[in-house]
Design a protein around this ligand. Sequence first.
Ligand code: ADP
Ligand code: MG
Length: 475
Amino acid sequence: MSLGTSFMRDGEAMLKPHLLRMEEPGMTEEWSRVRARLQAEVGDVEYRTWLKQVVFAGIAGDEVTVVLPTRFLRDWVNKEYGALLAALWQEENPAIRRVEFRTAAAARGAAPDLAEPTPALAVPAPTPARTENAAALDQRFTFETFVVGKPNEFAYACARRVAESPATAGFNPLFLYGGVGLGKTHLMHAIAWELSAKRGGQPVSVAYMSAEKFMYRFINALRSQSTLEFKNELRSVDVLMIDDLQFLIGKDNTQEEFFHTFNALVDAGKQIVISADKSPSDLSGLEDRLRTRLGCGMVADLHATTFELRYSILDAKAQRAGVEVPAKVIEFLARKITSNNRELEGALNRLVAHANLFNRNLTMETAHEVLHDVLKAHDRKVSIQEIQKRVSEHFNIRIAEMSSARRARNIARPRQVAMYLAKQLTSKSLPDIGRHFGDRDHTTVMHAVSRVTELIGTDAAFAEDVDLLRRMLET
Ligand code: ADP
Ligand code: MG
C-alpha cells in the first residue's frame, strides 16, 4: 500500500501513465487482490467473459491504467465495470481516484491511427439502425470504396444483391467468411449503408453488431432480467448482421439465444447477414442445428488476396488520401505485404502520414525506412536451394552445375547470379553461401556479388533478368 505514495511526489501525477512500473512487487500484488475481489463480486462467468483480459499497466498519481485488447472491450468494460473497479481499487489503495481504460495499441504509446488503422480511424457515424443494440457503422466502409478483384468478387456480388433486395430466397442468410482483414466487416457495413440510403424516406432498421457484443448484451439482459426486452428489440429489426460469429463458439447459452432470434427473423422474412472466419461446416463448436441453418442461404468466401488486388487497393487508397505514391512503391508493398488488407492499409497509412508530416515526396528509400519493422516481419525465408533451382531453370542449366567446377560463361554467370541472390535474399554469411556452391571460398562469393552488381548497372537486359528472378523468389 506504500506504492501509491511513492509515485505521487512532485508532479508525477501529471504524467500520463504508460510508463509501466510492473517491477514494483507491491503493485502486482495489489492488482491481484483487486482482481480477486472483482471476480468474487461479479461471479466466475462474467469475470471469465469480460474481465480476465484486463491487464494492469501502471499507476501514476491517483490514476490506475488498465489495458484491453480491443476498443470494443475497452469501452464495454469501462462502461459496465469501470466504477466497480475504481471502487475496489480505492478500498485496496486509498490514493487511487480513477481508472483509465486503454487499448493495447494506445498503451504502447503508438499513434493509434497508424498502429491500428481499422478501429482507430473508425468515425462513429450516424447509424441507420434504430435499435440501440447496433454498433456505429464506419463511414469508410461502403461499396464505392470496396475494391473488387478475383478473390472477393463473388462475396461482393452477393453483398450487392442483398443490399438491393434483402430477404430474397437463396440469399438468406448471407454467410460471409474468410481470414482476418479480407473485407468481411467492410462488406457488411456497405450493405447497411446501402440499405439505409436506398430506402430514402422509408426507414429500414438494421442492427449490426459483433457476436461478442451480442453475447454481452445478452448476458447483461440476463443479469438485469430484461431478456424479453432484448429479444423484442432484436426481433423488430429488418436486417440483423452479426460479425465474427466464431466468438460464439463454446458459449452455449448465447448460441441458443442467437438460434432463436435467427429463426424468428428468418420466419418473419427478415434478412440476416453473418460473418465468420470459417465456413459453417468448419466452425467446430457450433451447435449442429445452428450450423445447418447458417448454411441454408448463401455462403460466400473471401479468398486470400492476390498481387493484383493488393495493388488496386493500395492505388485506390493512395488516391483517396490525395498523396502521390509512386507506382514502384505501391508495387513493392503489394508484393511484400501479402497477409491481409488491413496490414496493407496500415502500411500505406504510415507512409501517407509520414509524407504529410514531413511534406516530402515518397520514395523507395522512405518506404523502406518507415516500414522497416513491417517489412522485416514479412520477409519470406528463401532457401539457397530454392534460389539455385529457380536460377538454373531460368538459365536452362542443370541444378548440379551450381556446385560444379565448370567455368564456362554460360554456367558461371548463372551461378554468380544465384550467389548474388543468396546474398540479397537470405541472411546467410558469405562462407555459408560458398559452401552451398560446391564448397567455394567466400572471396568467390564476394567476387560474384560485385560482378553481378556491376552488370546490373551496365546491362539492362541482364538487370531485368535478375529483377524477375528476385521477384519470383520473393512472392
Ligand atoms: P475483416 O472483417 O474480414 O477482418 P475488414 O473488413 O475489417 O476485414 O477489412 C480490413 C481493412 O481492409 C479495412 O480497412 C477495409 O476497408 C480494408 N479492405 C479489405 N478489403 C478491401 C477491399 N476489397 N477494398 C478496399 N478495402 C478493403
Ligand atoms: Mg471484421
